[in-house]
Design a binder for this molecule. Structure first.
Ligand SMILES: [Zn+2]
Length: 379
């Protein structure tokens, strides 16, 4: 049980890693709270061997500027990028090789369709949507696989991360796009590919290149094969790169999944250590310009939110639902039941009452709402 250092409240819904309640995060002096929260994130990142904050060197020694995500790291010698994937050292020994469009830090595996993907309730792998244009199955694609492309590195520092092994970046995981494209194309049972992680943003050019290599190869060797490509991300990416991803997703029958972790910028900063400004802007931009473009029952993008007890409550869900419905009330929205993970193992599973409240609130604004990870509620 945590205790809020600002109001003194002791509660199982106050996480021990933050020791700050949602109410104080939102309502106390932000300069004080922000400094307090920054320290917590910096300490955790330090223990992970990650830089405390995004390097923003202003000296003339800048060796590398990265513009793949909101952090826009400026690296001089011995700096490591916020995501942990890029560093510049004077002597070229021991450090990680930069990921490029041809080489990415990735762990891929096949997952039987329909997977536990947050969109399987409306995508061609889990339903009859997209048949026959984007799927050979007039129903769930039993007997086929999704290629789960787990990308190392992340542009956020979520304390509740449910995939924190993305931080274990190692040379052996730097793989060649051409080799992967061949492996994926050779397994004819694979009908879709989903990039996730970590988050794909720090390696967007690699994900685009791998997607294009696969599509070129299939066009030549197996033109009738259906192959959808999706991205699940935190939305903090470079505008022109995410547009390219959106175009690939649309053309292949795939979709883009935005994790909208919270709407309140203060709560987002407390939980994720980075601003949600770019995420919300990118969501709005893509939804405004691309949603509905395919003109069928196949949503081009979706949003999903993890219901973190004590922090991401019905108020957050209401803000997010309103934000989405102001753009288009048809956009699918998944709420996910939380289980304790990474630094927030002390928080309980989302209580049933919270899940129901959130679901009801979202349904006031949006036409397509779904509750995922429901099996956890049985505990
Ligand atoms: Zn408090």
């Amino acid at each position: 049980m945590g205790k809020c250092n600002f109001c003194g409240r002791e509660d199982r819904l106050v996480s021990e890693v933050l020791n700050a309640c949602r109410n104080c995060i939102l309502n106390q002096d932000w300069d004080i709270i922000k400094t307090y929260l920054s320290k917590i994130h910096e300490n955790i990142r330090n223990l992970e061997g990650l830089p405390k904050r995004a390097p923003s060197s202003t000296n003339s020694n800048i060796q590398f500027k990265c513009n793949f995500c909101i952090n826009e790291c400026k690296l001089s010698f011995n700096d490591i990028s916020y995501c942990g994937l890029r560093n510049v050292q004077k002597n070229q020994t021991g450090e990680l090789t930069f990921p490029t469009r041809n080489n990415g830090y990735i762990h891929g595996y096949i997952d039987a369709n329909p997977t536990n993907c947050c969109n399987s309730w409306f995508c061609p792998a889990g339903t009859s949507a997209g048949y026959p244009q984007y799927s050979d199955y007039n129903g769930p694609e039993y007997g086929t696989y999704s290629y789960a492309a787990f990308l190392y590195g992340c542009s956020f520092n979520c304390l509740f991360c449910q995939n924190s092994s993305h931080k274990w970046i190692a040379r052996k995981n730097l793989l060649d796009a051409e080799v992967l494209a061949n492996q994926i194309c050779n397994n004819k049972k694979i009908s879709c590919l989903c990039y996730f992680g970590g988050t794909p943003e720090p390696q967007l050019s690699f994900t685009i290149n791998l997607a294009e290599l696969i599509l070129e190869k299939l066009k030549k060797e197996d033109p009738d094969r259906k192959f959808r490509i999706c991205w699940e991300w935190n939305g903090s990416g470079n505008r022109s790169l995410i547009e390219k991803c959106m175009e690939i997703a649309i053309k292949t029958g795939g979709n883009i999944k935005f994790d909208l972790k919270s709407y309140s910028k203060k709560v987002h900063y407390a939980l994720c250590g980075v601003s949600n400004k770019r995420t919300l802007e990118n969501f709005e931009y893509l939804a405004t310009n691309y949603y509905g473009l395919r003109g069928n029952q196949m949503p081009e993008m979706s949003a999903c939110t993890l219901l973190i007890p004590g922090y991401v409550n019905h108020e957050e869900v209401e803000y997010i639902s309103r934000f989405i419905s102001d753009i288009n009330e048809e956009i699918p929205y998944s709420l996910l039941v939380f289980h304790g993970d990474y630094q927030m193992k002390d928080l309980p599973i989302t209580p049933l009452i919270q899940a129901e409240n959130c679901l009801n609130v979202a349904k006031k604004y949006l036409k397509n709402v779904h509750l995922g990870n429901k099996f956890l509620l049985n505990f």
